[in-house]
Design a binder for this molecule. Structure first.
Ligand SMILES: [Zn+2]
Ligand SMILES: [Zn+2]
Length: 334
C-alpha cells in the first residue's frame, strides 16, 4: 500500500491523495478535499476488497500522518469524475459509512445508477464493433467474456445531483466537462490544483475507444477536450486519477497530443493497403494478450474512426458492405 499525500491549495484547503489498488496492476487515486469543516470525497476506487481496505486505511493514515482526523463517516459529498468502475465501483462500500449525496456528469449518470442495463447495451455495441472490426466469432466470444468479467459485481446506486460546468458546484469547485476517454469525464479545479482524473495522466496516454460504440467518446472529442484544458491560468499542480502529480500539465497535454499524431500517421501508412480494424491493430500494437487485445482494438478503432471522419480514409470494400448483413469494414487511404 502506497502512502497518502497532502496537497495544500493556495486558498487554505487541503487535498489528500489516497491511492487504492483497484485491480491487480492498477492503482486509482481517490482524493479527499478538506476545508477544515467539510469533507468532499472524489472517486471511490473499484470496490474490490483490496481497494476498499486501501481506502479505509488511507483515511486512517491521514489521521496518523497529518494533524487532521478524517473519517469515512464525516464525508459530506461524493463526486465521481467519470463512469469507469475503477473510480465509482467503491460507492456501495463508502455508502456503508455515509449517506452523503453523490454527483457525476449527466452523460455518465446511468452507468452508476442503472449499471445492469448499461452493461447489456454496452456489451451489444461492443459485440457489433468487434464483428465489424473483423474479429473472428471464436475470438469475439473470448473477448466478450473478458469484457464482462468484473462488470457484474457492482450494484446500482442512486445519483443525487449532476456535475455541470455552467452551474455552481459544492465547495466552489470548478467543473470542466472533458469528454473522450469517457462521455461524462470531468476535471475538477480546487483553487490552484486541478484534478484531471483519467483525462490527463502523467505517464499513460489515456485509453480511447470509438464513438461508434459510445457517443461522446472517441478521439475527436478527446483532442478537443485536451485543447480546452490547455493554458488554464492559475494552475500550479495537476493530480490525475492514476499515476503521479504533474507540475507541467500543458507540457503533458502536448506530449499526449503528439503520441496521438504519431499513431494517426502510422495508421495512414498501414492503410496504404486496405485493412480491417483487427488487422491494423495487430500491425500497430503487435500480438498482445487477453484484456490488452480489447484495448488495442478499441484504440485502433478510435484512431481509424477519426481519420475516416476527416476524409483521410475511405471504406475500400463498399460493395461487399452493401451486400452483406454483418460486413467487415476495410479502411484504405483516400
Ligand atoms: Zn477511466
Ligand atoms: Zn481510471
Amino acid at each position: 500500500m502506497k502512502t497518502v499525500h497532502r496537497f495544500p491549495t493556495n486558498n487554505g484547503r487541503i487535498i489528500y491523495a489516497v491511492p487504492v489498488r483497484s485491480f491487480p496492476g492498477l492503482v486509482t487515486n481517490c482524493y479527499v478535499i478538506s476545508d477544515g469543516s467539510r469533507l468532499i470525497l472524489v472517486d471511490t476506487g473499484s470496490g474490490m476488497d483490496m481497494a476498499n481496505k486501501d481506502l479505509a486505511a488511507g483515511f486512517t493514515a491521514v489521521s496518523d500522518q497529518f494533524a487532521e482526523t478524517i473519517r469515512l463517516e464525516d464525508i459530506d459529498t461524493i463526486l465521481l469524475t467519470h463512469g469507469h468502475i475503477d473510480h465509482f465501483g467503491g460507492l456501495p462500500f463508502v455508502r456503508q459509512f455515509t449517506d452523503a449525496p453523490v454527483g457525476i456528469h449527466v452523460l455518465d449518470r446511468r452507468v452508476v445508477s442503472n449499471h445492469e442495463e448499461r452493461v447489456v447495451f454496452a456489451a451489444r455495441r461492443l459485440e457489433s464493433f468487434l464483428e465489424e472490426a473483423g474479429v473472428p466469432p471464436k475470438n469475439r466470444e473470448g473477448l466478450m467474456s473478458i469484457y464482462l468479467f468484473g462488470k457484474t459485481y457492482y450494484t446500482s446506486m442512486p445519483i443525487h445531483f449532476l456535475l455541470d460546468e455552467a452551474a455552481p458546484t459544492v465547495g466552489d469547485i470548478r467543473v470542466y466537462h472533458t469528454p473522450g476517454h469517457c462521455p461524462g469525464q470531468v476535471c475538477l479545479q480546487v483553487d490552484d490544483l486541478l484534478l484531471t482524473a483519467d483525462h490527463i495522466l502523467s505517464r499513460t496516454t489515456p485509453h480511447q475507444a470509438p464513438e461508434s460504440i459510445t457517443t461522446h467518446m472517441g478521439l475527436s472529442h478527446y483532442l478537443d477536450a485536451l485543447t480546452k484544458m490547455e493554458g488554464l491560468p492559475g494552475i500550479s499542480l495537476a493530480l490525475g486519477g492514476h499515476e503521479e502529480p504533474m507540475e507541467d500539465v500543458d507540457g503533458r497535454i502536448r506530449q499526449i497530443k503528439q503520441s496521438h499524431e504519431e499513431r494517426l500517421d502510422k495508421l495512414l501508412t498501414i492503410c496504404q493497403e486496405p485493412h480491417s480494424i483487427a488487422e491494423a491493430s495487430l500491425e500497430l500494437f503487435g500480438p498482445v494478450q487477453s484484456y490488452h487485445i480489447l484495448l488495442a482494438l478499441e484504440e485502433t478503432g478510435a484512431h481509424l474512426e477519426y481519420l475516416y471522419q476527416r476524409g483521410e480514409l475511405i471504406a475500400a470494400n463498399l460493395d461487399e458492405i452493401a451486400a452483406t448483413s454483418h460486413p467487415v469494414v476495410r479502411y484504405q487511404r483516400a
